[in-house]
Design a protein around this ligand. Structure first.
Ligand SMILES: NC(=O)c1ccc[n+]([C@@H]2O[C@H](COP(=O)([O-])OP(=O)(O)OC[C@H]3O[C@@H](n4cnc5c(N)ncnc54)[C@H](OP(=O)(O)O)[C@@H]3O)[C@@H](O)[C@H]2O)c1
Length: 245
C-alpha cells in the first residue's frame, strides 16, 4: 500500500516514523518545496516524485498535512488525482473541511489531538470512509467518531473551547495565589484531585497562553463565530481577558 503525503513537515515525518510496516510505502513530491522540507524527506528516506499529481496517482491513501491556510488550495490543485482515501489532518475549521469535501472524493476528516510527537499521539476521524483507516491503530491511537464529515473538526474545536478558556482561568487564579504568597500550595491542593503532573502541565499551559495570547484570542474569536455565540458566555469573558495579556 502507498501512502502519499502532501506536505512533509513535522506531522508527515512523525507519521512516517510511527507507521512502520512491510506492507506500507510512503511517497511524496519535492515540487516547490523548501530546503527544510527536503531535509526531512531525505531523513525519512521515502520515494519522491517530481510532482504531487504523480505521487497522488500512485497512492491508496493521501494525507494532507500542510499548513491550515494551504489546506483548501492543495485539495483544489491535487485532490482530483487522488483515487483512494483523502485524509485531511490540518488544523482547520469545520467550514473549511466542508469546502475540502466539495473538492475531493472519499474525504476523511482528521483531527490530531495534542501534539503529533507526544507520547500518545491520537487521531480522531470522521466520514463515511473513516473505518478504512482503522488499521492505523496498529501504530498510533485512532478513533472513528462518526460517518459525518466535520465531526472530527467540530470535536477538536469543542476541545479548544474548553482548554483555551480554562487556561485563562488558570492564569487568573494562579496570579491571585501568588499575590497571597500561596502559589506552590495552590498547585499542591489541585494536584490532590487533578493528578501529580497538574503543576507541570499547568505551568506549561500558562506559559504557552501568555506567549501566544494574540493567536489564542483569534482562535477563540473563530470558535465564537463558528458556534454563533451559542451560550458561550464564559468563552466571551475569556476572550476579553486574553486580549488584555
Ligand atoms: N505538529 C502537530 O503536532 C500538529 C498538531 C495538530 C495539527 N497539526 C496540523 O497539521 C498540519 C501540518 O503540521 P506540521 O507541524 O507538520 O507543519 P510543518 O512542520 O510546518 O510542515 C508543513 C509542511 O507543509 C508543506 N507545505 C506548505 N504549503 C504547501 C503546499 N502548498 N504544497 C505542498 N506542501 C506544502 C511545507 O513545505 P515547505 O516547507 O516547502 O513550505 C511543510 O513540509 C498543519 O495544518 C497543522 O495545523 C499539527
Amino acid at each position: 500500500m502507498n501512502i502519499a503525503f502532501i506536505g512533509f513537515g513535522k506531522v508527515a515525518y512523525t507519521l512516517s516514523r510511527l507507521i512502520q510496516s512491510q506492507d506500507i510505502d510512503f511517497i511524496t513530491s519535492a515540487e516547490n518545496r523548501s530546503e527544510g522540507t527536503m531535509d526531512l524527506i531525505n531523513k525519512a528516506d521515502i520515494e519522491v516524485f517530481d510532482s504531487f499529481s504523480d505521487a497522488l496517482k500512485n497512492a491508496d491513501i493521501v494525507i494532507s498535512a500542510v499548513t491550515p491556510s494551504q489546506a483548501v488550495g492543495v485539495a483544489r490543485n491535487y485532490g482530483k488525482y487522488c483515487n483512494g482515501i483523502y485524509l485531511d489532518l490540518n488544523n482547520i475549521s469545520p467550514d473549511t473541511t466542508g469546502k475540502i469535501n466539495d473538492l475531493v472524493g472519499n474525504l476523511v476528516d482528521g483531527a490530531i489531538i495534542g501534539k503529533i510527537d507526544s507520547n500518545n499521539p491520537t487521531l480522531y476521524l470522521s466520514g463515511e470512509n473513516a473505518d478504512e483507516l482503522l488499521f492505523l491503530n496498529d501504530f498510533l491511537n485512532v478513533k472513528v467518531i462518526s460517518d459525518k464529515i466535520g465531526d472530527a473538526s467540530r470535536l477538536k474545536l469543542l476541545r479548544s473551547t474548553y482548554t483555551k478558556s480554562l487556561s485563562v482561568l488558570l492564569i487568573e487564579t494562579y496570579d491571585l495565589a501568588r499575590k497571597l504568597d500561596l502559589g506552590d500550595e495552590f498547585f499542591d491542593t489541585l494536584s490532590l484531585t487533578e493528578g501529580d503532573d497538574f503543576r507541570k502541565k499547568s505551568l506549561s499551559r500558562i506559559s504557552n497562553t501568555l506567549k501566544s495570547s494574540k493567536r489564542k484570542a483569534e482562535e477563540l474569536e473563530e470558535i465564537l463565530n463558528y458556534f454563533d455565540d451559542d451560550g458561550l458566555d464564559m468563552v466571551k469573558v475569556a476572550l476579553d481577558k486574553l486580549r488584555q495579556f
